[in-house]
Design a protein around this ligand. Structure first.
Ligand code: HPA
Ligand code: ZN
Length: 336
């Protein structure tokens, strides 16, 4: 019954890297189409390789995987496959991360990436009624200069890109490294989010708030180690985009039964549930909820709260958020 509730509820996804939705089947198909050699004989062996001890283990395969993406058609096909999943799972609004530097560093132009993604997103708006925002992330293991030139490349696409984010290897690359880039982006009118407190300490979350002036914290799990920080996050209702299956697969939590989502809600944190890199971590948004239902007996009330937090934390206009919240209430009444 709770799984039926999850699958039926309209949902907003706010933390999903489009490159992380590249399923092994498509990776293989695109590799063939573009005559790229993958270090795997078949799809099964790719899936078997998805065993990670930490974030970096995953990132190594993630960057290798995205190297099959070359043409506008590839980016279109990638995004379209994800958007069809959204449709199947009742995700009605999605704020998609993409990593421009993961493509431009291989000679794929910013324009190629944007043309492909936007074609699929526009089609999903027209044919599936799915709304979207695009958030371009800076790779934090690269230099500040590289982020600045990426910001410059985005200039012609200013109307299509709502926000900037910060992802990749967290430890050793604190938010402070990108303070000036985020200031410039703020001047340009971009919304701001950043991965913080996934592997990094609570101080990185604090830096994201104070130096990057973020509107959302991505992950943020390790905030729980600092009572002061939790109080501050709760008092400001700072959105935190939590990704349970990612947390498990990247050893941020040891067992799903230890997942802190209930503690987060009980501490007054504005947490919501998302899939991060669904092709790598074992599922899309619904499967992330199912995993919590199975492991910690997530209740219908918690499900409703998490789903509503997702809409409230989105970059949609207030009227649209209200409309989605009303639709959530309608489904709650119908199913329960
Ligand atoms: N963390 C940091 N960088 C990422 C992730 C993540 O979970 N997924 C894709 N890039
Ligand atoms: Zn992420």
């Amino acid at each position: 019954m709770l799984k039926k509730l999850v699958s039926t509820l309209p949902k907003a996804e706010l933390h999903m890297h489009i490159e992380g939705s590249l399923e092994p089947e498509m990776m293989f198909r695109l590799a063939q189409r573009n005559q790229i050699e993958l270090p795997y004989p078949d799809v099964d062996s790719i899936r078997r390789a998805y065993q990670f001890d930490c974030l970096q283990d995953f990132l190594d395969l993630y960057y290798q995987g995205m190297s099959v993406l070359q043409t506008e058609q590839d980016y279109h096909d990638l995004a379209w496959a994800y958007l069809q999943k959204c449709h199947e799972q009742n995700v009605v609004h999605t704020e998609i991360f993409f990593d421009p530097q993961g493509h431009t560093c291989r000679g794929v132009t910013f324009e190629t990436v944007m043309n492909g993604l936007c074609a699929a997103l526009d089609k999903a708006g027209n044919e599936l009624g799915i709304t979207h925002r695009l958030i371009m992330c800076f790779l934090r293991h690269l230099e500040e200069d590289d982020a600045f030139s990426t910001l410059e490349m985005s200039e012609p696409w200013r109307e299509r890109i709502t926000g900037i984010g910060l992802d990749s290897s967290e430890l050793g690359h604190p938010p402070s490294k990108f303070k000036r880039v985020f200031e410039r982006a703020a001047d340009m009118g971009f919304r701001r989010v950043a991965h913080a407190g996934e592997e990094g300490p609570p101080e990185y979350v604090q830096e994201a708030l104070e130096l990057l002036k973020v509107h959302r914290v991505d992950h943020g799990n390790r905030s729980l180690e600092s009572r002061n920080l939790v109080e501050r996050l709760a008092a400001s209702r700072m959105p935190m985009t939590v990704c349970p299956q990612s947390n498990l697969r990247l050893a941020v939590v040891k067992d799903m039964r230890d997942h802190p989502i209930r503690d987060m809600l009980n501490a007054g944190l504005n947490a919501s549930i998302h899939s991060d890199d669904p092709a790598y971590f074992g599922g899309y948004i619904n499967e992330n909820f199912y995993a919590l239902i199975d492991a910690i007996d997530l209740t219908s009330n918690e499900i409703m709260q998490l789903v509503k937090n997702g809409f409230k934390s989105s970059f949609l206009p207030r009227e649209d958020i209200q409309r989605h919240l009303a639709a959530v209430d309608t489904v709650m009444d119908k199913i329960l």
